[in-house]
Design a protein around this ligand. Structure first.
Ligand code: GDP
Length: 831
């Protein structure tokens, strides 16, 4: 019996095989194995990550996992990670071996001591058992003597029990005695390790559980086991706990390291360490992608719950405002109308009239919006950026800012194309309109013409017994301004505009810029809640903490409620007009959302532009270092031209120089093309295509050269010359203007005539023209006519309207752009 016991004890401590010893008893004792496994783990974490073979195996299994699901990971990235993992594994194995040998020595030492103690204990136990057996024997004899009749039966039972099942009744008793002994005698220093105590008691308890089998006892065993388990966890530190509490970790596309640690309830330091072992050198404030985070989460033994796009933004409070929380808010007004009908003048007139009267000093600050108070006491918020572009771009970005549109129509000009456009915008946005018939001071003013003109566009003003308010004003004399403001106030009353000021703020960016002294500054129109100094927010792809709020008088304020425009300082970057600002709980959340949005935007751009990443291009360029390369980016109108150009480019070059087409594609030159070109110092070639406006600006800023061609041979010749350093002077085109086709008329005898607005530069009768549709050249030729009003003119300036007709070309459409160019001598700059 004692031999058996000793053997098992040895087995348990010696290694995992001890499980087999116990299994050999009977089926139900497979529990033993579980306990052995735990014990195995207990040893390892105590010594750090000395995983040895099993740990390493686990990692390699994990490392192969992501390769099966390479969502979002590029090959090179994967390879890099795999390498890092392998290196880490190798390192770990080495360390593990070292630790293992140390551990083995220590374990041997411990084992020796344990054996000594156990030998002593065994002796005692045996002595006690002997004494007990003796006592029992005596008692039995006594009983036998006292009750002769029952004695036979009992005697048989008592006699049969011990030899038939020697372990069962005997073992629990010595076990308890052993504990008692330990407590009473304290013969062995406890400092040997509580873990060892725990372990030993664990084993004994288990035996008891196995041998006992009675319900009551089992229960107390379980309790003891739990207690011991807790004690062991405590002694072993955090690692054991990690294996115990498996968490579901919500994982967005990207996550800040500290937030990841937070979600796993692990120490940040441990997470950073784990990342380093995986070859990622990051600090706790940096963010990592979901795939890397997944490795880490699995390594810590938690479960990954990938959250979808919308979930990341879930932290933004989606509060349903209760009706009782709502309070009246000022209306927000946008002024729209045709160019030169007096939008700016009207905005200025209102502002000056009201601000000077109401404010001490009357110093105004242009922040993109301002508030005025009507004589009736209503506060109105005017957006200071007139025009349709601002209105539509805001709408396109999901910021529904405007409550009321004031449509300015000059009484001397009546309804014009942009007036109609404005009507359509307002209708599409379902925003009520108020018609301001402007310039009534002018002698030629004819307000009634305006009213009747509007009828044609289904705008029936009150004067024509409709329901659209109309007010005659003069921005110049100030006539009718108060009436206009009262009309707006009335309209806003009808709208019953309300917002809950007591909640996390939400607002829209009216304008934003990078200020030299103050950093990124955004004017935000608060729409819900109240924005306060110190609030943490996310705005578009940016985030920040409100450092200061400045109102439209240039004064610092502590807070801004609904419909109040304020300049917000404390952004990490410059957002765009129309971006929505949301106050969130923590900076980590704000950053997570912002970075997620940035990533999404990047993906979108990449999808729209090239299929190749910059990294891949750079990696390829590095492959052959000896060869000097001239990188170029090519955009063409059709696939066929693009292919022809790429083929021609590949033929250019000799041993020293080679032309490398970084990217070729079909369609307008975009910002992403410019970014690519800038990063590799490449020029961009447009073949019958043009750069869109953002790309043009970006190219100007970054100094990227864009060259346009309409003949492939010209393009090839230029590149050839550049590659061999032979660029001389050339005849080059210079764009002198752009005009947008607003309307197309059919004029008998002339054909189709384009009603245009010169948007940039100048339109010249003698110049060459190209017709661009979606930034692609659809026609090149000369002008047949250039008309301003009814007269043929030689030039039309930017901002003016004109009529144009092409020589021998009729396929013109509204929205097309006319490019006006001249040829001039130019020094070649291609490098
Ligand atoms: P916007 O292009 O719609 O912003 O128009 P502006 O505000 O720039 O005005 C265009 C021109 O019309 C300017 O020369 C103004 O001085 C003039 N203007 C604007 N409002 C009035 C007005 O009420 N009366 C007169 N006589 N001229 C006006």
């Amino acid at each position: 019996m004692s031999d058996n016991d000793g053997k098992k004890t040895l087995g348990v401590r010696g290694g995992p095989r001890s499980g087999n010893v116990k299994q050999s008893f009977s089926h139900g004792r497979t529990k033993n194995v579980v306990v052995e496994t735990k014990r195995k783990r207990v040893v390892k974490p105590g010594q750090g990550a000395a995983g040895g073979a099993p740990g390493g195996g686990g990692k390699s299994a994990r490392s192969s996992d992501p390769s099966k699901r390479p969502a979002g990971i590029s090959d090179s990235e994967m390879e890099r990670r795999m390498k890092a993992l392998q290196a880490a594994k190798a390192r770990e194995n080495e360390e593990a071996e070292q630790r293992e040998s140390e551990e083995r020595k220590r374990e041997e030492e411990r084992q020796r001591r344990r054996e000594e103690v156990e030998a002593k204990e065994r002796e005692q136990r045996e002595a006690e058992e002997r004494a007990k057996a003796k006592a029992e024997e005596e008692a039995r004899k006594k009983r036998e003597a006292e009750e002769r009749e029952a004695a036979k039966q009992r005697g048989a039972e008592a006699a049969a029990a011990p030899p038939a099942e020697p372990q069962q009744p005997a073992r629990p008793q010595p076990a308890r005695k052993q504990d008692k002994d330990r407590d009473q005698q304290r013969q062995q220093p406890r400092g040997k390790g509580k873990g060892e105590d725990g372990r030993r008691s664990g084993k004994l308890t288990l035996n008891q559980a196995l041998s006992g089998g009675e319900g009551g006892r089992q229960k107390s065993m379980a309790a003891m086991k739990r207690k011991q388990e807790r004690a062991r966890q405590k002694a072993m530190g955090g690692q054991q706990e990690r294996e115990k509490i498996i968490r579901d970790v919500q994982l967005p596309e990207t996550i800040v390291v500290s937030e990841l640690a937070n979600r796993m309830a692990e120490r940040v330091g441990d997470v950073v360490k784990a990342l380093m072992t995986n070859g990622m050198m990051v600090t706790q404030n940096q963010s990592i992608d979901a795939d890397t985070a997944e490795l880490i989460i699995e390594e810590f033994g938690h479960r990954v719950v990938r959250v979808s796009d919308a979930d990341v933004e879930d932290v933004i409070d989606q509060i349903e405002d209760k009706p009782e929380d709502m309070e009246a808010r000022p209306p927000v007004i946008t002024i729209m109308g045709h160019v030169d009908h007096g939008k700016t003048s009207l905005l200025d007139a209102i502002r000056n009239a009201k601000v000077v009267a109401g404010e001490a000093g009357g110093i105004t600050q242009h922040i993109g919006a301002y508030q005025v108070k009507t004589d009736g006491g209503t506060i109105l918020t005017f957006l200071d950026t007139p025009g349709h572009a601002a209105f539509t771009s805001m709408r396109a970005r999901g910021a529904h800012v405007t409550d009321i549109v004031v449509l300015v129509v000059a009484a001397d000009d009546a309804v014009m194309p942009q007036t109609i456009e404005a009507i359509n915008h307002a209708k599409a946005a379902e925003v009520p309109m108020i018609i301001a018939i402007n310039k009534v001071d002018k002698p030629e003013a004819n307000p009634d013409k305006v009213r009747t003109d509007l009828l044609q566009h289904e705008v029936i003003v009150e004067a024509m017994s409709g329901d659209v308010q109309d007010v005659e004003v003069s921005a110049q004399t100030g006539q009718g301004l108060d009436d206009l403001l009262e009309s707006i106030a009335l309209q806003s009353e009808i709208l019953e505009l309300e917002a809950n000021p007591n909640r996390a703020a939400e607002g829209a960016v009216i304008e934003a810029q990078l200020d030299v002294g103050r950093g990124p500054v955004a004017t935000v129109l608060v729409q819900k809640g109240t924005l306060r100094q110190g609030d943490i927010f996310v705005v578009g792809e940016q985030y920040g903490k409100v450092r200061a709020l400045i109102n439209d008088h240039g004064e610092r304020v502590n807070e801004a409620g609904p419909s109040v425009p304020v300049e917000v300082l404390g952004l990490n970057g410059t957002p765009e007009a129309g971006d929505v600002l949301n106050v969130v709980g923590t900076e980590a959340q704000a950053r997570e959302i912002a970075e997620y949005r940035k990533e999404k935007a990047k993906e979108k751009r990449a999808a729209a532009g090239a299929g190749t990443s910059l990294e891949q291009l750079l990696a390829k360029a590095k492959e052959d270092e000896n060869l000097k390369e001239m990188p170029i980016v090519v955009k063409a109108d059709v696939q066929g031209s693009a292919e022809a150009i790429v083929q021609a480019m590949e033929k250019i070059g000799n041993e020293e120089v080679r032309v490398r087409v970084l990217h070729s594609g079909v369609g307008a030159i975009t910002e992403s093309d410019i970014g690519l070109a800038e990063a590799s110092g490449a020029p961009v070639f447009g073949f019958n295509v043009r750069a869109n406006a953002p790309a043009r600006n970006s190219a100007n800023q970054k100094g990227v050269e864009i060259r346009y061609y309409s003949v492939i041979y010209d393009l090839v010749d230029d590149v050839k010359a550049a590659a061999s350093g032979l660029l001389g002077a050339e005849i080059r085109e210079k764009f002198i203007g752009y005009a947008e086709i607003r309307e197309v008329f059919k004029v008998s005898g002339v054909g189709k005539v384009a009603g245009c607005l010169v948007t940039e530069g100048i339109a010249r009768r003698s110049a060459g023209v190209r017709l661009l549709r979606d930034d692609v050249v659809v026609h090149e030729g000369t002008l047949k006519t250039l008309k301003r009003f009814k007269d043929e003119v030689s030039e039309v300036q930017s901002g003016q309207e004109c009529g144009m007709a092409f020589e021998n070309y009729e396929d013109i459409r509204q929205g097309d752009v006319i490019e006006i160019f001249e040829r001039e001598e130019h020094t070649r700059t291609l490098d």
